[in-house]
Design a protein around this ligand. Structure first.
Ligand SMILES: [Zn+2]
Length: 268
């Protein structure tokens, strides 16, 4: 009897988790795609803002040079405001992490974007920086981390864990959730399609803003070189071979250049 009881409880927990996952369907306001996410857009913004200090503390804090911070914010905001990304419900902000050795960039849900000094110092042009930021903006617009979190919550049977944790922002459960959340984002492996979609968004936003989208191909070379064959960093964590991915970036450049011949923001 006791075994049967435990089995039943287990079954109910599985059903609750599945129910939580499959009822959390939202239509992406920018792409129109139906997605399973565990957070509303508003909750994504809240979680991102609350998680930003934890992200900074894991990479040596924010870089102290205010001018560097402002330059990255200016380029990031230009990409958001002069492209389709401006139609999203998110509040974007851009930060430089002090860590000079880690070569990486991250996107927290809701609009908080980070680049390490280790990556920033390897970039040679503003267009290349726009390539990195455009790709990360793509992850946010695509809601990729919210999708990944919904899958993880499903696997762990934690339906709606984020909603519960955010219900009382001052509770210890919330800080524990945020610490876990940031750790997950740092170690997050997006899917192949997520990376390709973010490259596509990145190219589109660069062209709409007037940046040279070919700089994204330079960024891929910079990252390949810095990685030295390792695939741990965010941009390279995925399966499309670099050749395949570069091919897709070139196709996106052709597609969006034809759609936007002047390289300026299309009339809305
Ligand atoms: Zn990526």
């Amino acid at each position: 009897m006791r075994t049967l009881g435990r089995l039943l409880i287990g079954l109910i927990m599985v059903l609750v988790a599945l129910w939580g996952y499959f009822t959390k369907t939202e239509v992406n306001p920018v792409t129109g795609e139906k997605q399973r996410v565990s957070l509303t857009a508003e909750e994504e913004v809240t979680l991102g803002v609350k998680s930003a200090p934890e992200m900074a503390s894991q990479f040596g804090g924010l870089h102290p040079d205010e001018q560097v911070q402002q330059t990255v914010k200016r380029i990031g905001q230009r990409l958001v405001q002069q492209s389709d990304a401006s139609r999203s419900p998110y509040t974007f902000n851009f930060h430089v992490l002090a860590d000079p050795n880690t070569v990486n960039a991250f996107a927290l849900p809701g609009g908080q974007i980070f680049i390490t000094m280790g990556l920033l110092k390897r970039l040679k042009t503003e267009d290349q920086l726009a390539g990195v930021l455009g790709h990360e903006i793509g992850h946010i617009i695509g809601r990729h981390s919210a999708e990944q979190m919904a899958k993880q919550e499903l696997m762990q049977g934690l339906a709606g864990a984020a909603t519960v944790a955010l219900a009382d922002p001052s509770s210890p459960a919330t800080s524990a959730y945020i610490a876990q959340y940031v750790a997950n984002i740092v170690g997050l492996k997006y899917g192949r399609e997520d990376e390709l979609e973010s490259d596509d968004f990145g190219v589109k936003y660069m062209i709409q803003t007037g940046y040279d989208p070919n700089a994204l191909l330079d960024v891929m070379r910079v990252l390949e070189k810095a990685a030295g064959g390792q695939r741990q960093m965010e941009f390279l964590s995925t399966h499309p071979s670099p050749a395949n991915r570069n091919q897709r970036i070139k196709e996106a450049i052709t597609k969006y250049t034809e759609a936007n011949p002047a390289g300026v923001n299309p009339p809305s």
